[in-house]
Ligand binder design. Structure first.
Ligand code: PLP
Length: 342
């Protein structure tokens, strides 16, 4: 059976031209610095974000944790949003790998309040840890984006306290498109940026950590320590290059499809679309229905539609390159059928 997959943009498959580029990629041992395809991807990524250097890493989680490890020392405190990926979905790695304490700033739809962050920066005191890092997530995985002006204010404030800023930009290009700005403008609001080549950009594996030359050289050594020194990684980097060259420009289509889906779902009785969180390729809804969540997911699966069960009472539907318009229609009609109890 052919399935349309709305669970996430992490489920995307590589495109035809990625597969071809992977097959023909020139490779070498990247731990020796011998892989020309990885080097090209790193140069392109740094240039795109207007930073000095970049490093290919196996995943977004790896890139975030490598950034935390490289920015901080054991016992430091990291300030970040209470709903961000590093806190919620990275298995407590920052405590385990970097030995840091995560201090969570309250968020509304992914955004932290500037003054609240500033108040939480530690002053010198015998009892206090040092504030070693501030992390921002944009786009936020709650479906929202943080305005460029807000990012700038946080960065300026952090700089005035000599605290570095890391941007979890797993969906950096989605954020840039939604905000109508260039990705490098967002990157300019952080010392380091992680962005994913997988997810909406469709590469099968890999993320980039971007920053100053000195930082990236230190991160390269820490990447080896974490077991992320890959050998003939050009096979993967080749797909990453296609992701940057061919896939960034089309992300707006995913956003438009998500908006179409939201509009159609909001016309269905029993569905509330959370339309203040409709900035990127994600639609969050609450559904009033008689059937159980498990039965609902199963019933859609039987119609060729993969969705995740609800989190905190919310269903999330994600569009991507592999979502055709007919899948939107099928999803809406199938949900209607479920709600009508047919
Ligand atoms: C905001 C954010 N950061 C980081 C990650 C981690 O990426 P990965 O799944 O490649 O480890 C994700 C994954 O969904 C994410 O949504």
């Amino acid at each position: 059976m052919k399935y349309f997959d709305f669970r996430s943009d992490t489920v995307t498959l590589p495109t035809e031209s990625m597969r071809k580029a992977m097959y023909t990629a020139e490779v070498g041992d990247d731990v020796y610095g011998d892989d020309p395809t990885v080097r090209l991807l790193e140069e392109k990524s740094a240039a795109l974000l207007n930073k000095e250097a970049a490093l290919f890493v196996p995943s977004g989680t790896f890139g975030n944790q490598l950034a935390v490890l490289t920015h901080t020392k054991r016992g430091d405190e990291v300030l970040l949003g209470d709903s961000c990926h590093i806190v919620m979905h990275e298995v407590g790695a920052a405590a385990l790998i970097s030995g840091v304490q995560l201090r969570q700033v309250p968020t509304i739809n992914g955004s932290m309040n500037l003054h609240q962050i500033e108040k939480m920066i530690r002053v010198e005191d015998l009892h206090y840890p040092d504030t070693g890092l501030i992390c921002i997530e944009n786009a936020h995985s709650s479906g929202t984006v943080i305005k460029l002006s807000e990012m700038r204010s946080i960065y300026q404030m952090a700089k005035s306290h000599h605290v570095p800023v890391h941007l979890d930009g797993a969906r950096l290009f989605n954020a840039a498109i939604a905000l109508g700005v260039e990705a490098h403008e967002l990157a300019a609001c952080a010392d380091t940026v992680m962005f994913c080549l997988s997810k909406g950009l469709c590469a099968p594996v890999g993320s980039m950590l971007v920053g100053s030359r000195v930082f990236i050289e230190r991160a390269r050594k820490n990447r080896k320590l974490m077991g992320g020194g890959l050998r003939q990684a050009g096979i993967l980097a080749a797909a990453g290059i296609v992701a940057l060259d061919e896939m960034v420009g089309r992300l707006a289509t995913d956003h438009e499809l998500a908006k179409q889906l939201a509009e159609k779902l909001s016309a269905v009785e029993g569905i509330t679309v959370l339309d203040d969180r409709l900035d990127i390729n994600m639609v969050f809804v609450k559904i009033k229905m008689k059937m159980s969540d498990e039965a609902f997911v199963e019933s859609l699966l039987n119609k060729g539609l993969k969705i995740n069960g609800p989190e905190d009472g919310e269903y999330r539907f994600v569009t991507n390159y592999w979502t055709p318009e007919e899948a939107i229609e099928l999803l809406v009609q199938s949900i209607k059928t479920c709600l009508e109890g047919k």
